[in-house]
Design a protein. Structure first.
Length: 131
């Protein structure tokens, strides 16, 4: 049986990484409205970034689509968990991204499945929070 709990109204919003609705992920690369909606349905709020732009405060992870291994290495050194992508079958890219410090790599066949991205982001955030 579920219990209802009354909580007084508050005007302060909790920090994004602790918000009940999920976490905030900074996203560098293309993302259409359908993808953004699917990520939101999986508890991820997306903040779009321009190429090379620093992630704003309160972001829990950084998704870099099509980033070079060198860029992933540089961005991972900043401390946020970085999620990158690699085409299915590109083992050299996959292993290079992991060696460069990517917390997770989404392997795809051309199109990214939002459910796969969400699973990888959540895994990277959980690992980072345990450290």
């Amino acid at each position: 049986a579920a219990r209802m709990i009354s909580v007084g109204a508050t005007t302060e919003r909790p920090p994004p990484t602790e918000a009940a609705e999920g976490v905030v992920v900074a996203w560098e690369g293309p993302l259409d409205d359908d993808g953004r909606l699917a990520l939101a349905a999986n508890g991820l709020e997306v903040v779009m970034l321009e190429a090379g732009q620093d992630a704003p405060e309160g972001v829990a992870a950084l998704m870099l689509l099509g980033a070079s291994v060198g860029e992933v290495e540089a961005r991972a050194a900043a401390g946020l968990p970085v999620i990158a992508d690699a085409p299915k079958g590109d083992v050299a890219r996959l292993s290079g991204l992991l060696r460069a410090g990517a917390a997770e790599v989404v392997v795809h066949g051309g199109e990214l499945a939002p459910e796969d991205v969400a699973r990888k982001v959540w895994r990277a955030v959980r690992k980072a929070r345990r450290r």
